[in-house]
Design a protein around this ligand. Structure first.
Ligand code: ADP
Ligand code: MG
Length: 257
């Protein structure tokens, strides 16, 4: 058996009297899609940000199997190692595209910038890769030199995905990637994400309050409430036969955010 790609071990974060995340542990395999679900304020984003090295835990640690197969405690990485990991092996898709894109740089530039950050120097090659990725996320390449400020919400999310995937990462973090979009736009985006994740064999940690999104994209679910993991298991099992009373409420939509 291959070792897990990512291990969360006792992750804890407090904000004053609020424990946003309380001793959360789990592991994620290569190519596995894990959905973190729970109502608003349950600690999903806090957990995701600790996993992605964007927020330091008060207690606990995250271990990651690097490309050289060595498993490292992320807290022990140098700043240069951490930045390289974030630019090459990882992606992070924000709910708010403005946080994940450079809004005043052209779409092609948004994608090309990531390739340059990992050493790409050939202008023609970078432009071609950017065009290829725009097509892959169903954006007309005629829009390549336009800024994302001129894009619709759905297009911005697709561009954000292209920017994240152009370096062929192994792991992508997503925080409510389809949140705030119209239902039909969401459906198209979900289809696209599902296809890309399968094609590229990506591991994904996906935060969503929408169980339908978790159902469509994830293999496994972690249910959170008040910073605690209430229940975890295979997606179909958790959604079809929830064990914890809280999950039963969540599934019956009583708590749907
Ligand atoms: P979710 O993503 O599930 O909506 P969050 O992780 O954003 O939940 O928040 C979990 C809890 O931690 C909430 O009670 C929230 O108010 C609190 N919290 C999150 N970030 C901060 C912060 N930067 N400062 C103070 N409290 C925070
Ligand atoms: Mg959140």
């Amino acid at each position: 058996m291959t070792k897990p790609l990512l291990i969360a071990d006792g992750l804890t974060k407090r904000y004053g009297a609020v424990t946003a995340c309380d001793k959360v542990s789990f592991s994620l395999d290569e190519g596995e899609v894990l959905a973190i679900v729970g109502e608003s304020g349950s600690g999903k984003s806090t957990l995701l940000n600790m996993l992605a090295c964007r927020l330091a835990p008060d207690m606990g640690e995250v271990r990651y199997r690097m490309r050289d197969a060595e498993t490292r405690n992320l807290a022990g990485l140098s700043e240069a190692e951490r930045r390289l990991l974030m630019r090459t092996d990882w992606g992070f898709v924000h709910q708010d595209a403005a946080q994940g894109l450079r809004m005043n740089v052209s779409a092609g530039g948004n994608i090309g910038e990531r390739l340059m950050a990992v050493g790409g120097r050939n202008y023609g090659g970078i432009r071609q890769a950017a065009a290829d990725w725009l097509s892959r996320v169903e954006i007309d390449t005629a829009r390549m030199d336009h800024k994302p400020t001129t894009y619709s919400g759905g297009m911005r999310q697709r561009l954000q995905i292209a920017r994240n995937l152009v370096t062929s990462p192994r792991l992508v973090f997503m925080d409510e990637p389809t949140g705030g979009l119209d239902v039909s736009v969401q459906a198209r985006l979900l289809d696209l994400i599902r296809g890309l994740v399968a094609d590229m064999g990506l591991a994904v940690v996906l935060v969503t309050h929408d169980l339908a999104v978790a159902r469509l994209l994830s293999h496994r679910i972690l249910v959170m409430k008040n910073g605690h993991v209430i229940e975890t298991g295979l997606t179909d099992r958790v959604l079809d036969d929830p064990q914890a009373p809280y999950t039963q409420l969540l599934v019956s939509s009583v708590l749907a955010a």
